[in-house]
Design a protein around this ligand. Structure first.
Ligand code: F6P
Length: 366
């Protein structure tokens, strides 16, 4: 009898000890949706539990931390979250730094929940807030999630491959219309201030001209290529333009454009495809149509590459959490998943000369 009592006392002590030693972390997603973001979360939860770490999900990115909008994420819930479906935790573009006491409120909420760190999944805006908070005392490990692929230190961010693939398919289809009707087609893709998606998709789909913010071209040059092609019996031209591209002749009034919470210009309000198509038609006399792919490339079924990349990023993030290595972003370099300094990661990565030249779009010899 005494032995049984002692055993159950020991068991109780162990359970209590185990409970109090269970580490706890938070997780949040900020910014635009990326196909298959659940693959990151599906990798994080079981791996964390393997290391006795409980995971709490904040709704609506950093706003959820500010407002303490949080719930515990479970293995059961994860089982039901399909990799193709809507993310298990909602995102937002709310910039919490606009609140004067944002850090104090976020820190207090994390401390009250006894969360020792947060896995932050997002692009430069969300990770910029993470960097700011990290310096003040909130422990973070970040995961690059942006279709724009503009975070430094990583060859690819999660979502870029899918977005580029969807855009490629769309341009493939527009070839038919353009060739059949002997017309010019301008296809606009997202990417904010960089041309990664435009160049990747344009090259993959055989666009004849790719216009990106990093490498300016004049209206005369663009029209010249279309006219050259016509002279050579090629009566159709496909142009893939990044939303961040600009031309003097477009006279865009940037002050009149809307901005998001982080001060980013609402690129779709530039109407670049429509304006460029009108200018080209006027200059060349060739019928020109346009299409804006917009948010279409950001949703739906992820590529195998993004699904696997998400899982690998999630696993690496947990590894860093286990080792209590904070202030890093997980990254893909070659075929290795590594950790890079957050401060360096949030510097905008532009399309490099090497890729642009390799694509051939600098010379336009078609
Ligand atoms: O940063 C990702 C991105 O899709 C950009 O390419 C685009 O300019 C922006 O988000 C659109 O933002 P929203 O979803 O708020 O319209």
């Amino acid at each position: 009898m005494t032995n049984i009592l002692q055993d159950s006392k020991l068991l109780f002590t162990l359970v209590t000890l185990n409970d109090s030693y269970m580490r706890k972390i938070g997780i949040l997603i900020g910014g635009g949706e990326c196909p298959g973001v659940n693959s990151i979360i599906k990798s994080i939860i079981p791996k964390s539990l393997e290391h006795d770490i409980e995971v709490y999900g904040f709704r609506h990115g950093w706003e959820g931390v500010l407002n303490n909008d949080v719930r515990k994420l479970t293995l059961e819930e994860m089982d039901e979250a399909h990799i193709l479906g809507c993310p298990m935790i909602e995102s937002s573009r709310v910039n919490v730094l606009q609140h004067p006491d944002a850090y104090e409120r976020c820190k207090a909420n994390l401390d009250a929940l006894e969360l020792e760190s947060v896995i932050v999944i997002g692009g430069d805006d969300t990770l910029g807030v993470a960097d700011h908070f990290q310096r003040k005392g909130i422990n973070v490990v970040c995961v690059p999630k942006t279709i724009d692929n503009d975070l430094s230190g990583t060859d690819y961010s999660f979502g870029f491959d899918t977005a580029s693939y969807v855009a490629t398919e769309a341009i493939d289809r527009l070839h038919t219309n353009s060739k059949f009707n002997s017309r010019c087609f301008v296809v606009e893709v997202m990417g904010r201030n960089t041309g990664w998606i435009a160049l990747q998709a344009g090259l993959a789909a055989g666009a004849h001209i790719v216009l990106i913010p990093e490498f300016p071209r004049t209206l005369d040059e663009i029209a010249g290529i279309i006219e050259d092609r016509k002279q050579n019996g090629k009566f159709y031209t496909i142009i893939c333009v990044a939303e961040g591209f600009d031309l003097e002749e477009m006279n865009i009034d940037y002050d009149a454009l809307g901005k998001d919470d982080y001060g980013n210009i609402r690129m779709e309000q530039k109407h670049i495809a429509a304006t460029l198509a009108a200018l080209l038609e006027e200059k060349t006399g060739i019928k020109t149509r346009f299409s804006v792919l917009g948010h279409m490339i950001r949703g739906g079924v992820p590529t195998a590459f993004d699904r696997v990349l998400g899982s690998k990023f999630g696993a690496k993030a947990v590894e860093l959490i286990v080792e209590k290595q904070y202030g890093y972003m997980v990254a893909l370099q070659g075929s290795s998943i590594v950790a890079v300094d957050l401060e360096q990661a949030i510097v905008r990565k532009k399309v490099d000369e090497e890729f642009y030249h390799a694509s051939g779009y600098h010379s336009y010899q078609y």
